[in-house]
Write a protein that binds this ligand. Structure first.
Ligand SMILES: Nc1ncnc2c1ncn2[C@@H]1O[C@H](COP(=O)(O)OP(=O)(O)OP(=O)(O)O)[C@@H](O)[C@H]1O
Length: 287
């Protein structure tokens, strides 16, 4: 402890070393890249290989910071700015033909980020994803335009899924019927209730067959009756798809559907194995 004897001492910075500002950035040390631990079963056909995948988001941190570290940040303008969220941390696995893989984990654990990276919608910070054909996410929402009629949106959504006009014309009636929108199909989509437009989006997306399919169960939409039909449709698509990833918070649905489960927690692959074993471990951990 420095004994202060005068005002000059009080304002002399050299006597107050211990009050010097601490660095406010906590730079996350990125883990040393390790040699790949991936093993491929030679007797089966691999369709998706994820090798030491890391995904990071750069986020502009403008919101209220919390805690004492946050308070310090608020005092230093320079510390506000870009923050990094390390959403997927070194995930590796091999998915084989005809597997139905459930992806489970708490909210914000990185499931959707992992799936988006597999489809190529989000790019990795490091690591690789290999796929034998283009993985598709069951969804067309982004392609549709509210001011156009349901009918025109079927055309748009179909084109976005890679169909040609003739193929879409052939499917048009089935899609309209499945969505139960026969009387409304000529009206602009913005006049639909949220359930009606969700049904239309689902019906368009569900019209396609896929080799590698990613289903976010939130896609089972509409009221209880339509939900049942959309779940049945998901099951049918799944049966016809080569390999499927199902992201869900419903353990029943995961056990119903999947023969293998990957559990992700805070971006890290916690467990990968037989569906029942992993779901039991996950439930045990959540208690
Ligand atoms: N576009 C984005 N920009 C910035 N951060 C993001 C973005 N998308 C996700 N994140 C962050 O990445 C982390 C993982 O999110 P992700 O949506 O992949 O989790 P999830 O497991 O699918 O969650 P949930 O079960 O709630 O759907 C979270 O911390 C989230 O805040």
């Amino acid at each position: 402890m420095v004994e202060l004897t005068s005002f000059d001492d009080l304002i002399n910075p050299r006597l107050h070393g211990k009050f010097e500002a601490e660095p406010v950035f906590e730079v996350e040390q990125s883990a040393e890249p390790e040699a790949s631990t991936l093993t491929v079963d030679e007797t089966r056909t691999p369709v998706v290989i994820v090798d030491d995948l890391h995904v990071k988001y750069q986020v502009y941190a403008s919101g209220k910071a919390a805690g004492s570290a946050g308070a310090r940040r608020l005092l230093q303008a320079s510390a506000r700015g870009i923050r990094e969220v390390h959403a997927v941390k070194g995930v590796s696995f091999v998915a084989y033909e005809n597997e139905s893989i459930g992806i489970i984990g708490s909210n914000g654990s990185g499931k959707s980020t992992l799936m988006r990276t597999i489809t190529g919608l989000t790019s990795p910070a490091s690591g690789s994803v290999y796929a034998s054909s283009r993985p598709n996410m069951l969804g067309v929402g982004a392609a549709l335009i509210p001011d156009l009629s349901g009918d025109k949106n079927i055309m748009l959504g179909g084109l976005a899924l890679g169909y040609n006009r003739q193929e879409i014309n052939d499917m048009r009636e089935d899609i309209t019927k499945f969505a139960e929108l026969e009387e409304f199909i000529d009206l602009p989509m913005r006049t639909y209730s949220s359930g009606m437009s969700a049904r239309l989006k689902f019906a368009i997306a569900a019209s396609k067959q896929h080799d590698i399919l990613i289903v976010d169960e939130a896609l089972a939409v509409g009221d209880a009756r339509f939900r049942k039909r959309s779940e049945a449709k998901i099951r049918e698509i799944r049966e016809n798809a080569g390999t499927i990833f199902l992201v869900s918070h419903s353990m029943n649905s995961i056990l119903d559907t999947c023969n293998r489960v990957i559990w992700i927690e805070k971006g890290v692959l916690t467990m990968d194995g037989d569906a029942k074993t992993v779901v039991d471990a996950y439930k045990g951990k959540k208690k």
